[in-house]
Design a protein around this ligand. Structure first.
Ligand SMILES: C[S@@+](CC[C@H](N)C(=O)[O-])C[C@H]1O[C@@H](n2cnc3c(N)ncnc32)[C@H](O)[C@@H]1O
Length: 279
């Protein structure tokens, strides 16, 4: 059996459903046989493919994904498209200020800002590819509590001209952003604590608990985000969060209660629910 066949067989034995595709990616990533062996063993041990190869594709961009950092999910592309659509519908907005709270790799903020800047991203090669093109002066800020996520987001966002802060939610944003944020996105942890045990092992064992656990009903962090958002949003600015379908009415009520005008958006294709609150 050749190298490729051996890798496919090892991945298949470990339960990887897309063994052929994954083997091709691992072979393309490793420079030496020793490196390939190490990558294959990490994947066979259950580490997410994106962490093993070091990048994920998101909205046509390749973003760096470091070990332990939350892998951006395909369903979150729906939040990006809602954010871009709402910002574009406001013709008076010249260069929307975008902030990504709980940013993880920073993929969502990067995708929103680069699309608003007219930079589609389709067909890009190489992680961190937005860097070269930059965001054309569009302001992008992001923050996360986890130092590993912040380091990863800095690799993705800073070459494009954005800024990443480390700390709890709004507390680390510069005061100059108060009342100025046009697009505030936050894909925070929203899995109820009691449901964590039922998540796939890939997530439970290789993504930080801080990235998954949303408290008793999953909305502990998002409730704080809704309460804090009005002070940071510009007039007409919008907060966008992802929730489960079941959590959405409660989240919308939190936003309404905070003085925002809430709306629930669902998409069957992505299997995603986004709640928006407009100031
Ligand atoms: C579900 S992950 C999503 C990451 C990213 N938004 C994405 O969609 O790929 C949630 C992120 O929230 C961060 N986080 C959790 N609690 C936080 C807090 N109180 N303040 C800032 N970030 C927090 C975690 O470190 C993690 O990176």
């Amino acid at each position: 059996m050749g190298t490729e066949g051996a890798v496919i067989a090892r991945l298949r034995a470990a339960g990887c459903v897309f063994a052929e595709e994954e083997a091709a990616l691992l072979l393309a990533t490793a420079a030496t046989q020793a490196e390939l062996d190490a990558l294959v063993e990490r994947r066979a041990a259950g580490e997410p493919l994106e962490q093993v190869v070091g990048w994920a594709e998101f909205c046509g961009l390749r973003v760096f994904v470091d070990p332990g950092v939350f892998v951006p999910r395909r369903r979150s592309e729906f939040l990006v498209s809602v954010a871009v659509g709402l910002a574009r519908s406001r013709s008076e907005l010249a260069r929307p200020v975008t902030v990504d709270l709980c940013c993880g790799t920073g993929a969502l903020g990067l995708a929103v800002a680069s699309r608003l800047a007219g930079f589609g991203g389709a067909g890009l090669a190489g992680a961190g590819a937005v860097g070269g093109a930059g965001l054309g002066g569009y302001e992008l800020h992001a923050s996360d509590l986890d130092p590993a996520a912040v380091a990863c987001a800095r690799r993705n966002i800073e070459p494009a001209g954005g800024t990443v802060y480390q700390g709890d939610l709004f507390t680390v944003l510069p005061g100059s952003l108060r009342g100025r944020i046009d697009v505030l996105i936050c894909n925070a942890p929203y899995v109820p604590t009691s449901q964590i045990a039922f998540m796939p092992a890939e997530a439970r064992e290789h993504e930080a608990l801080l990235a998954l656990d949303g408290g008793r009903d999953g909305l502990a962090i998002l409730r704080r985000v809704a309460a804090g958002a009005p002070a940071w949003l510009a007039p007409g600015g919008v907060l966008l969060v992802e929730t489960s379908e079941r959590q959405a009415p409660a989240m919308a009520a939190e936003m309404d209660g905070a003085g925002l005008t809430a709306r629930i958006h669902d998409d069957d294709e992505y299997g995603a629910t986004v709640v928006t609150g407009t100031r």
